[in-house]
Design a protein around this ligand. Sequence first.
Ligand code: SAH
Length: 359
Amino acid sequence: MNDVALQSVLRRVYDSDVPARSDIEYLLALKEPSEVAELYAFADAVRKEHVGDGILLRGIIEFSNHCRNTCLYCGLNRDNDHLERYRLSRHQILQRVEELVRCGIKTVVLQSGEEDALDPSWFEQLIEEITSGFDIAVTLSVGQKSRRQYELWKRAGADRYLLKIETTDPELYASLHPGMSFDNHLRCTCDLQAIGYQAGSGNIVGLKGQTIATLAGDILFFRERDFDMLSIGPFIPNRNTALGSRPLGDLGLTLRSIAVTRIVTRNAHMPANTAIASLAGRDGTIAALRAGANVVMPNFTPEAYRNLYEIYPGKKCVSPKTSISQIEKIAGELTRYIDYTRGDSLKRKKEQAAAMAQN
Ligand code: SAH
């Protein structure tokens, strides 16, 4: 395909309300370096126009690695008895929130395995303490829960919720998540959006049985549901899981997925996530930020526990201060900057502006 033809596919995908699946597949399958560079450049321009040059920071605290699930790819799954389990106390979590605030960060992401034992009122109180004591946004990432629990935590002040679908192919989902239900995942996603959370989804690239067509389906789903946040990262095999001997996810395909998702969803917040940094280090983070990403997530889990949150091996874990100074440097190299605001959803801002214009 010549340059003009590729540009017209890119424009068409950007302009359509429902992009053609074949166009998305075409872009995901690009191989020729000059064409891939054109895809990234287009995505980068969309990023610049719709989310600007700021790189948002989200401080993540992985407060427990207990999990009731048996996801085939994930090291936290309950059948992995090579993993020492931990759960941080309220006090430990609040200390890390203080540190995060000292670093100038205005979003905390509270993430854990999917625990049955997570006490909804304990969590409610924790959220209340954070939102009343600190001027920061609270993002939750604790898995599939009941609508009542989501409502409780929203009332307590939580702003956002991350719940990655991992794959939108129902059969593939079922094969990777024994005992879990795809429909329940969709129910959770609908509840979260209806309750008013800024909602995040995302997928893993390189899962066993996944194809370009599956990934195109994921991207169409992201567009259809108009998520506020989308996290796309490569599969990294963990030898203590059933998929331990599978190959690593492909970095190029991950970056092309990020780029196409940026073009299709325009102003979603998208991280250069930890899986990318773990697979490809600093260069991976830079590549993702140049292919459409606009968020980085420094890790604030206490050092003693950071290695125990072993979703996959080689998780890139540096101290938050080091991480922030590295991001400052990267931002400089990309002639971008760190945006130290809360970085709320831009989707809503647009809707609010439209509503105000009507009044
Ligand atoms: N319990 C929470 C958080 C899960 S861990 C929840 O259910 O939402 C956070 C993310 O790590 C997952 O959503 C998944 O996308 C990613 N992950 C898990 N195992 C992985 C692996 N082996 N390679 C790459 N990403 C993985």
